[in-house]
Design a protein around this ligand. Structure first.
Ligand SMILES: [Zn+2]
Length: 611
């Protein structure tokens, strides 16, 4: 995308995000899935990062969410409570690391501290001389609501900091001068502890059960339940909600100076342990990761156990572990460069439709398949989805180049559920129905209403399946583990039209298919990769031409190479070439007689490109 196109897309994204924000926050109407809105904001952020001079103060990326209620006293934060940028894929995470490297003008691959991303309400707790003096909500980031009375009902929040033993501080890696300084700050200075208030799934369900029994409205989700519970004017209600608090940041101050990040406490993992020592609950899953690959392992592990955790989480917060780097990296727009919310994927996501290809099924019917910008949805990255038929294309009103919402639940194949037509730039193209069969190039028939298109060659699918199946069979290239069932699935989903297409299958193509997981996809790709090196002559042999054994295949390969000077041969090139040779030309080759040459002619007669 060049800058002019980037600007157009940025304008459209801003309009769209703002429209749905207005509907939701002003008119109380949810007109777009919040997760899709996050997708669009994330795309906008990336584009603005590519073209920083296009950032305007009214861009949705510059907005700080949250409001301050008049019900409570206002409380200004010592340093703002920032929000986070979101990542949804490994690519997003690599991009983030690269942006930081570019910003620092050096290769930046730090250790990261990974923390569970709790889905609750952020709080700032201010301890003066070790005593809890103030508890405030995040509010608009700069000013929050003073809800100290309610906060004091939360049993996991100490009213007074626990005084540590020197040895405990030594054990987490603090040096003696740092320990001395810390004791001073606990006893004489100001320690602010920031963290998240959460409601356990168990309490949430109990409250809703009780509300149902008493004909009261049910709480929408644990996060809303926490917000509602904390912002009560009657703290008895708050107390009855069994809320929990987990710390995620510590800010140290003397009475006249906020300490720099990295001063006294140098690492984020040490700060987390310190919170535990000072009397807070900490999350045992939080961990240091040596690089992004480790972060991805941590993320997968947490995503797996997510349902078994006592509270709701919606991702992992990945922080640069070296706190000194926090100042160096700083903040861009409304959020910091030094941490990222790596969110779990929802079952829906917004992405771009690049192209539509047509595949031929067993009955000869042609089905349109959408080729998508790879996107993570329902836990896996996908690049294709079925569009069923022309009716479905008309119903959705989808065009090439559109931004679409894809949905995937469980093992079901992904499908396009909506087109975001407001994001169109006018360059999108109508989806045309093919005039010839994409597999055999033969004639196709459209029925009156044009819902179904059919290849008129009744052997089209079977011939193709048979020839690709032979290609991978034991007697030819021997793709052990790639049987006719899989070949059929690949053809039916438009992944391959002939055997050479096997070599261009991508992982996200496989993950878009039914009953395909990471492991199965990896195994298949490994299998294909191993056969990539097969020589031209074994490929010709694998085509399964009658009377063409390995030796004849060697001769044909030699002839082909003499007349085709290319580095990469597609099987269609081979077919094209041999379909144009006549029997005499073939018989000029030593060892090829009339029987073999007529068999070769016969084979390639139907497989060459038909016009
Ligand atoms: Zn056909």
């Amino acid at each position: 995308m060049n800058k002019t196109e980037g600007k157009k897309r940025i304008d459209k994204l801003r309009q769209e995000i703002d429209f749905h924000r207005y509907n939701y926050h002003v008119l109380d109407k949810e007109t777009m899935d919040p997760f899709i809105l996050d997708n669009l904001k994330s795309e906008l952020f990336k584009l603005e990062n590519d073209y920083p001079d296009l950032i305007t103060p009214d861009s949705p990326t510059q907005r700080v969410s949250g409001e301050v209620s008049e019900k409570f006293q206002k409380s200004t934060h010592s340093i703002p409570m920032i929000s986070l940028f979101d990542a949804f894929s490994e690519i997003d995470m690599y991009d983030w690391q690269e942006r930081n490297s570019n910003y620092l003008k050096r290769d930046f691959k730090p250790n990261y501290y990974c923390e569970l991303k709790l889905d609750g309400l952020a709080l700032n707790l201010r301890f003066e001389k070790g005593v809890l003096m103030l508890g405030a909500t995040r509010g608009n980031g700069k000013v929050g609501e003073n809800i100290t009375t309610n906060i004091k009902t939360i049993n996991s929040i100490p009213l007074k900091l626990r005084i540590p033993k020197s040895q405990e501080l030594k054990d987490i890696g603090l040096k003696s001068d740092e320990i001395e300084e810390l004791f001073y700050l606990i006893e004489e200075g100001i320690i602010e502890v920031r963290g998240e208030v959460v409601m356990s799934k168990k309490t949430f369900n109990e409250i809703n059960l009780r509300n149902r029994q008493n004909d009261k409205a049910e709480l929408a989700n644990p996060r809303n339940a926490v917000a509602g519970s904390l912002r009560q004017l009657d703290s008895k209600v708050t107390a009855s909600r069994n809320l929990d608090f987990y710390a995620y940041d510590i800010i140290l101050s003397t009475d006249n100076r906020i300490l720099e990040r990295g001063e006294v406490i140098r690492k984020r993992d040490v700060a987390d342990k310190l919170a535990g020592i000072l009397g807070f609950r900490i999350l045992k899953d939080n961990n240091v990761c040596k690089n992004l690959e480790d972060v991805f392992k941590f993320y997968s592990k947490v995503e797996e156990k997510r349902d078994n955790l006592p509270m709701e989480i919606d991702g992992v917060v990945v922080k640069v572990n070296d706190l000194k780097m926090w100042n160096v990296l700083g903040i861009v727009g409304k959020a910091p460069r030094y941490m990222m919310a790596y969110k779990f994927s929802a079952e829906k996501a917004a992405t771009k439709l690049h192209d539509v290809i047509w595949q031929v099924g067993r009955t000869g019917a042609l089905t349109p398949i959408a080729v998508l910008e790879p996107v993570k949805v329902g836990g896996t990255t996908i690049s294709r989805s079925t569009l069923h038929n022309l009716d479905e294309i008309k119903r959705l009103g989808v065009k090439k180049g559109d931004t679409v919402i894809v949905e995937r639940s469980g093992d079901v194949i992904p499908k396009i559920v909506e087109v975001l037509k407001d994001l169109r730039l006018g360059e999108e193209k109508e989806i045309k129905t093919p005039n010839t069969c994409p597999m055999c190039s033969g004639r196709v028939e459209k029925t009156g209403d044009e819902v179904a298109i059919r290849c008129l060659n009744k052997d089209c699918f079977a011939v193709n399946l048979r020839s690709i199946s032979h290609f991978v069979s034991k007697s030819a290239l021997d793709f052990d583990g790639l049987g006719p069932k899989l070949i059929e699935q690949f053809i039916e989903n438009g992944l391959i039209k002939d055997a050479s297409d096997l070599y261009s299958i991508k992982k996200e193509d496989l993950l878009s298919l039914e009953r395909f997981g990471e492991k199965k996809a990896d195994n298949i790709l490994e299998l294909i990769r191993k056969k990539e090196e097969a020589s031209l002559s074994s490929i010709i042999y694998a085509l399964g031409v009658r009377h063409v054994g390995q030796e004849t295949a060697d001769l044909l390969a030699k002839l082909f190479k003499e007349n085709n000077h290319k580095n990469n041969y597609k099987i269609t090139d081979i077919s094209d070439y041999f379909s144009k040779l006549d029997e005499e030309e073939l018989e000029e080759i030593e060892d090829i007689g009339p029987k073999v040459s007529s068999s070769i002619k016969e084979y390639f007669k139907d497989t060459g490109t038909q016009k």
